[in-house]
Write a protein that binds this ligand. Structure first.
Ligand code: FIX
Ligand code: ZN
Length: 455
């Protein structure tokens, strides 16, 4: 018997065994309210109906993936997809070099298909693919209906060759149950900028975020570019510079319909500081954010190019100072901030910061934190410290297909953590309704962030 969840603000229906509008609908064998099984039953090895229901709702709730590196198909080659792009993901490149004698430069000089073959051989054939990034490839292929046990790379390539990109996008969005994704869009990217300048018909599943790393972190080399594009800026930030930066940001916000403005920052990021970054934040980024009602997203803790020979795979992590985020939130109560931090050590203090500042929205388990054990730890910590006013996860997918595994793996962990929290509530007599579960799942899967952005 299938019944639509009562009062749910999301599409879809879920199997419910017994009508009980006041609480979870339990299958008959689990008893009526009076005979509801005790708490230990719900946490036993056998998943209870409650837990299965929460998992079903989380799986059936379409996600808004708030930070990715995939592109609207109008960007052509910039949208990566398919088995060779999956295998040459920089997470897997880094892992492959642990088994490889080849000099870095020789590997990167090889054509992509050859790199993919080496990675397949080292990480999938010569050793079991147990790392999260390896498992992700298999989750993805399996969800797309490929027979992974054949271990047959040429056959996988043949399967992929049958897809047209437009159809494949729809297939991935459906399999991943993702309703829309936010891209990372840089006006400083030589391939991307002309596409925006020329204009194109937007695919409304792909939203944009304005990425400004060079502006904040490499001001000296950004000045000549802005001047070439017609903005009257000078290196010492005097004269019209702040106003012109604001004009640049406003122009690109409009062009992209940017959902937020974004930067990645090193572990030593400080605020306030007697440096260009702080002056740019005060003089241009914050006024721009208020004028446009646009949130400023900070991804903090990346140590770029710890091993430059690894290219894109060469970045590392460092613990940052959460106090800098707090001081920024305190200095600009009328600005909105999104923040994710890369170091595990920063997660607790970041939750505490979110408790102190309602203009701060914490999101995602970024990069090296996107492993099931760490997503579990961090999601539980966030639920316990800030409740549902945060966004547990984003995919950071660089290859379209990855959206499938990133969400499948994260949803499983999120559903478990949420079900445990409901179990705790049920134990003391609170009865989460079906509509409550639907609302909470929607919030966790992008809804809370959407509300924050328009607030
Ligand atoms: O700065 C970022 O947005 C990072 O997510 C990327 O630079 C990084 O390479 C990545 O793909 C992490 O998942
Ligand atoms: Zn990213």
């Amino acid at each position: 018997m299938r019944r639509t969840v009562r009062g749910a603000a999301f599409p879809g229906s879920f199997p419910i065994g017994k009508k009980n509008p006041r609480g979870f609908a339990l299958p008959r064998e689990h008893g009526t309210r009076k005979t509801r099984p005790p708490f230990f039953f719900m946490t036993s090895d056998r998943p209870s109906a409650h837990r299965q229901f929460v998992a079903d709702v989380v799986n059936a709730t379409p996600a808004y993936d708030i930070h990715t590196h995939i592109y609207d198909p109008a960007f052509g080659e910039l949208l990566l997809w398919g088995i060779d792009d999956l295998l040459t993901y920089h997470y897997l490149v880094a892992e492959t070099f642990r088994w490889l004698d080849l000099p870095y430069a020789k590997f990167f000089a090889l054509p992509k298909v050859r790199q993919a073959e080496i990675i397949w051989d080292k990480l999938f054939i010569s050793h079991s693919p147990v790392s999260e990034a390896c498992r992700g490839v298999l989750t993805t292929l399996n969800a797309l209906g490929f027979d992974v046990k054949r271990r047959d790379l040429p056959a996988l390539r043949q399967h992929y060759a049958k897809w047209k990109v437009e159809d494949f996008i729809s297939r991935v969005f459906a399999v991943a149950n993702v309703r829309r994704v936010c891209m990372t869009n840089s006006p400083f990217d030589e391939i991307e900028r002309p596409v925006w300048e020329k204009g194109f018909n937007r695919d409304d599943r792909f939203l944009a975020a304005l990425r400004i790393d060079p502006l904040l972190l490499d001001w000296e080399n950004t000045v000549p570019k802005l001047r070439t594009w017609g903005y009257d800026v000078v290196p010492d930030l005097s004269g019209q510079t702040f106003g012109e930066i604001k004009r640049f940001l406003a122009d690109w916000t409009r062009r992209l319909n940017a959902q937020y403005c974004m930067v990645s920052l090193p572990p030593d990021f400080q605020y306030p500081g007697n440096d260009t970054v702080s002056r740019l934040i005060d003089g241009a980024i914050m006024p721009h954010g208020r004028e446009q009602n646009q949130a400023f997203a900070m991804m903090i803790g990346v140590r770029r190019q710890a091993n430059p020979e690894l290219q894109l795979a060469g970045d590392s992590v460092g613990a940052a100072e959460v106090g800098a985020v707090e001081r920024l939130c305190a200095a600009y109560p009328r600005n909105k901030f999104l923040c994710t931090m890369l170091a595990r050590e920063n997660q607790h203090a970041l939750c505490v910061a979110a408790r102190k500042f309602r203009n701060l929205h914490v999101f995602g388990c970024w990069w090296f934190l996107n492993t099931p054990s760490l997503v579990d730890e961090i999601t539980r910590m966030r639920l316990e410290l800030v409740g549902l006013s945060m966004t547990p996860q984003h995919s950071d997918a660089r290859v379209l297909d990855q959206v499938i595994y990133k969400w499948q793996h994260s949803r499983a962990v999120m559903a478990n953590a949420l079900a445990d929290k409901y179990d705790d509530l049920i134990k003391v007599g609170w009865e989460p309704t079906n509509a409550d579960v639907a609302r909470d799942a929607r919030d966790m899967l992008g809804g809370a962030l959407e509300r924050f952005l328009v607030s």
